[in-house]
Ligand binder design. Structure first.
Ligand code: FAD
Length: 320
């Protein structure tokens, strides 16, 4: 039985009934989930229920989904592995398109002297790419160490650290717009900034389906030396706990974690959500935290940072 939420959303927005959408997905053999518990799809293990989650495995399935949902697709969500997304407790009526099962294959597409172009599906995890690079003496992506999530999510977020960000090593990407148009976007068509990507001339939403990474021939010793700094940094983060990584962006020239420590909120908790004792820019779910616990902790931190230090802390995470 289809949920009321789906019926309401589709019939109002596109004239398509929820039952039509579900039937279309079933007929095409595309994986979907009704009434999915979103806590299973976010690394902080919090979230309400989504009426409909869809898991395209490749471009063809994605295009089929876009065609099926058609019309007003302004209202839908794209997620990768949900390592930077907090789902609220409210029912999510708009479809959630997850890249968790999307093409994750990658291979060395081109070699130019010491340069190697790695072509990878956006469902590939950064850790798998890094492991491949280490095994094959390829450098340039050592900063992937300890960053969970998909390649598509990393490109959308311009993930990285102060040493390097993924935008620095992207040669080009392939995208599909919600109108179902496919584009290859070269370096000069992309504007990467702090945890953000803008694509010139693309107004609406888009799905990153593939990325080409410019990497370099290296050797084991150099790669492990380069990785040391990231290994050391990650050892100061609560990696075994449920979290979304850093909650706030670092204000220019400053460190959000240090600011939170200085305003006395390290270890501070709200319900089962707590500012990590290990790294104050991480909020962890101790087990039973609700989305409101996280959002109210965020608000408390922002208000105190502003009142005590006159610093505006902006969130890095996405809240759906
Ligand atoms: C323990 C931990 C450590 C972390 N450390 C770091 C770190 O060191 N550096 C860092 O930058 N981040 C870090 N993060 C945050 C997070 O892992 C990254 O932002 C990651 O790149 C997000 O990938 P994802 O697949 O989980 O994307 P999601 O969290 O699912 O989505 C993030 C954003 O990307 C968009 N998106 C996802 N896939 C696509 C796609 N295919 N096409 C278009 N848009 C898409 C979503 O709409 C959303 O806006 C950490 C997180 C955790 C939990």
């Amino acid at each position: 039985m289809i949920s009321i939420g789906i019926m309401d959303t589709y019939s109002r927005k596109s004239g398509l009934s929820g039952q039509d959408a579900v039937n279309g997905l079933k007929t095409a053999g595309i994986e979907f989930l009704e009434n999915g518990n979103m806590s299973a799809y976010s690394s902080i293990k919090i979230g309400g229920t989504a009426d409909l989650m869809i898991f395209p495995k490749n471009e063809e399935e994605l295009l089929f989904i876009l065609n099926l949902l058609k019309a007003n697709l302004s209202d839908y969500y794209i997620i990768g592995r949900g390592t930077n997304v907090l789902f609220k407790d409210d029912r999510i009526c708009s479809p959630v398109i997850s890249f968790k099962k999307f093409a994750a294959n990658f291979y060395e597409n081109k070699k130019n002297g010491s340069e190697i172009i790695l072509e990878a599906g956006s469902g590939a995890s950064l850790s798998k790419i890094l492991n491949y690079a280490i095994k094959n003496d390829i450098g340039g992506c050592e900063f992937f160490y300890g960053i969970p999530g998909t390649l598509g999510g990393a490109v959308a977020m311009n993930a990285g650290s102060k040493e390097s960000v993924i935008g620095n090593i992207i040669e080009k990407i392939e995208i599909i717009t919600d109108a179902g148009d496919k584009f290859t976007v070269k370096k000069d068509g992309m504007k990467f900034s702090y945890r953000n990507l803008e694509i010139k001339d693309i107004g609406g939403n888009y799905f990153i389906t593939k990325a080409y990474l410019t990497l370099l021939k290296s050797n084991g010793l150099k790669i492990s030396e380069n990785m040391e700094i990231f290994k050391k940094r990650k050892s100061s983060q609560p990696l075994g706990e449920y979290s979304l990584g850093c909650i706030f962006k670092n204000p220019s020239g400053q460190c959000a974690g240090k600011i939170i420590e200085e305003i006395g909120l390290k270890g501070f908790s709200q319900g089962d959500a707590a500012v990590s004792q290990k790294h104050a820019n991480f909020i962890i779910n101790k087990g039973g935290a609700r989305p409101e616990d996280i959002t109210s902790l965020i608000k408390i931190i922002q208000e105190k940072a502003l009142s005590i230090k006159n610093i505006k802390l902006n969130t890095e995470i996405k809240i759906i």
